[in-house]
Every structure is written in C-alpha cells, then in structure tokens.
Design a protein around this ligand. Sequence first.
Ligand SMILES: [Zn+2]
Length: 315
Amino acid sequence: MKIPTDLTQRKISGGQEFTYEGIHGPQYWTKDYGTCTGKHQSPINIEEHEVEDVSFPSIKFVGLQNPQVVTLTNNGHTVAITFDDPEAIKIYGGPLDTYPYIFKQMHFHWGSDDKEGSEDRINNIAYAMELHAVFYKKSYGSMEAAMHYADGLAVLAYFVEVDNTEFNPVYEPLLAAFPMIEEVNTNVTLNGPINPEKLLLPGEIIVSDYYTYHGSLTTPPCSEVVIWIDFKDPFRMSHEQIEAFRSIKTFDNQKLTHNFRPVQKLEDRKIFRNVIVSDLFNSGDIKTISSSLSITFAAVLLTIPPELWFAFFGL
Ligand SMILES: [Zn+2]
C-alpha cells in the first residue's frame, strides 16, 4: 500500500499552519503570511549598550494569589499553560500605563540543545528557553479584537537558564504530565490547583528590572501588536526539565526539537530599560504621569547629575 503524502504538507496546505523546519519554516513565513515582513518584528537582539534608560511606574499584578486549575496543551507549536479563570489575572503599570491587560495563556520556546532556545537575545547571547505570558488589553474586549491594535497585547518574557545542580520544583507537577500531551492537539488538566504567582513571579526575577520595546507576535501572522516586557533576570530549570519539552510531537509526528524564530531587524525602534530612580519621589506621584510622559521625564532626569535633582524638582 502506498504511504499517504507527507502529513505535514497536507495539514499546512491551507496556509493556516507553520513550522520551524523545512518549506514552512521561519524563512518562508513571509511567503505564507505577508504581515511577517513588517518593520517592527519580534524577536530581536537587545544590545545592552544601545538601550535607553527610563523609569516607569511599577508593574502591578492582580489575582495571582488564588490557586487555579491548570491545563497544559500541545498545539503542535508549543506547550501552552492556561488557567480556569484567566480573567482574574491582570497586569497594569510599567509601559502599559494604568490600563489593565487580562491574562490569556503562557507558553514556551526552546532549542535543540541548551545553548539556544530563547527568542530575544541579549548582546547576541541566547538563553536555553523563553517563557511568554500573554495578556490582552481589557478595553478591547477580547484577545481577537485586541490583535487589531498596536497596543493590543502585552507579553511578559522570562528567560530560562540551565541549572546544573538543581531542578525547578515549581515545574515538576507540570513536567510530570508531559507524557500525556506528547501527541499534537492533546491537553491535560493537572490534579492540584497551582498558585499563578509561582509561574508568573518566579523567585529569581526582579520585576522592576526589564527591557521593553514594541514588536510583534513571534509566530504567524506576526502581527505588530505587542508591548514586550523582557525581565532581565532569568529563572532556572535543570537540563532534564528542559529536555522534556523536546519530547512533545508536532503535526508530522516528529519531535518538536526547537520552536524559536530567529531574531529580526530592530529597524527604527528604540529599546528601553527600566531603571529605578523612585527613591527620590514617592511612587504615588509617578503613577499620575502617563507612560509616554514618564519616558521623557525620566530621560531628562537621567541627563541631570543626581546632586542637582533637587533643583529640577524645585525641592
Ligand atoms: Zn511566544
């Protein structure tokens, strides 16, 4: 009996699918999806000496304390984490100003080995993995609607570094369920609820230390609708934990060994790094400043020697 034609090709013939290998890999996304040719694409390389220091109001997280039921899904492109009550989780502040953004899902990007896997790079160095927590602007009503606006989505990006001595206990219950989502388009709901804070605020990261820039989804249709917030500090997983991600299968029944898009050109964009200058003024005052104003405000401030700041403020 003749073996049917390549399953991958059949599934992606409608132009609705993409891969990280072969004729529908990242270098061909522009052919299948015109929007992937934009000038504000992600991921990017962040050159630390080229970023502009700014000071945003602090990022606030809402609803992280209530344990939620977690579902893991293998959608053929990544492993996604969803909660049973996503709308309870919101963020605002930072470059998002006072507008709340509602949680949608988290997912991961990884590489064939631990030397690469993150999408954004810092000084051209990749981390082993990158976790994305996706939020949409509440005022747009839904994820789908928000994807039509330049400020529609906010994605928190967390780098993952290999830990050679310890495993990450937070991820153990999730990784234990990976054998149940090895096949594409499968999902599993974990037995015990998980406190979202454990996933969204890993102990190692400092929430105020991040890079931010405007970019795109890193998967087709590559819509330029994302305010990226990349936490500077990585959190850690063991090699074995990272390896577990490489065991999930994609549409062609092959293992999804890697799923990161190569870096795109920065073009005319600026990357900002949040710095804390708040000890001089109380945060209540800063919150009233719009984010665009606070960029200018902080940029001006940083050009003035600290000993003269009192003059700037008329204190
Ligand atoms: Zn992603």
